[in-house]
Design a protein around this ligand. Sequence first.
Ligand code: NAD
Length: 399
Amino acid sequence: MTQMITVEPKLMGNIARAVNPLGCQAMVAADIEYVKAQGEFAGPKKALILGGSSSYGLASRIVAAFGSGADTIGVSWERGPKDPSMLGTAGWYNNIYFRQFAEAAGLVAKNFLGDAFSDEMKQQVITYIKEEFGGQVDLVVYSLASPKRTDSAGTVWSSALKPIGRAVTGRNINLETETLVETTVEAATDEEIEGTIKVMGGEDWELWIEALLAADVLAPGAKTVLYSYIGPAMMDDFYRGGTLGKAKEHAEETAKKLDALLAQKVNGQAVVCVSKAVTTKASAVIPTLPLYCCALYRVMEEKGTHETPIMHKDRFLRTMLYGDAPHYDPEGRLRPDSWELDPETQERVSELVAQITPENITSDLTAYDTFRAEFLALNGFVDGVPATFDYDEIAALRP
Ligand code: NAD
């Protein structure tokens, strides 16, 4: 029996509420082709990607698999289809199509769906590594972005996207209404700062690495990386100087501790990679970031330095983490974001942002079209890809 349905983009503010599985398949395929076209490199062979179903985590998984021939484990929190009007999340389909492509290429690709913050998930993954994945992993990518975390004691922590110390008014783009909006975000409370550090800081990363070490499933020379962000002065209130910045500072301190531990235990490495601002589910809801991205992408497109997550993570893994051109800053962080923070780029971005008005917000003054197209593509809405398919076929897909 067939049950043909047609999907179309549905936005609620800057959150996408519909998915086109065929577009997710096409995007995963295109990312794989991008990596294959860059050639092979000597990188990881057994990689664990925490948050591997979308954007930076998925890109890292694709690069590890199709650039370096790695078997991969992906852990993510995604929903499958319930009925033709509730098709689940894009990450659900990304996981499935990635696995299918990887298996067709002769690689192992195991998907775990569930809460990466939980002790149960850590144990399930460890058991799988021991019993079915060859016993050890040599790369752990920590790429979780979440609004909540339940810790081992059962306490539920919430993260906030807020400035610290004072309320801040900022301009942003509303992708649903395609308008410029001005919003005031109140200063975070102490509890909100603490909660954001608990969810997006380094505590759970440390718990993962300790659990993997205790179970002896980290290979000699194993590396682990967490993705951070710094950004320009105009993002300071909402990012580095705000709640998320506090969490990233915590993660960066954790990296130093984990680096020493891994060096001692397995001759390994823990490092933070300060990454570029890209269009993702998580970044679209950070106040001001979409507006900044529209200006940034215009300048970086003109300079030939604009990158999508796959391009950024390919360059990072190939030339920095496993390459001979690592760019470390004095804090010991790897800095592929140097293209974004290039002073000339930032000067031109500031000039552009100052020119944005409600009237020209969707014009080609900025790269609004690129941002919007990349945002829609995250949920599989891609020009030229059919949006009509058999629901029963989609519902039969298994992780
Ligand atoms: P994303 O929303 O696209 O992906 C988040 C991933 O985390 C998904 O795979 C999701 O399923 C998974 N996840 C969330 N909660 C989970 C849970 N409880 N258990 C298991 N999996 C869970 O986010 P992203 O933008 O790719 O961000 C990834 C990391 O990169 C974050 O640490 C973010 O701060 C960092 N970063 C992002 C940007 C950017 O511009 N997007 C820039 C620099 C750094």
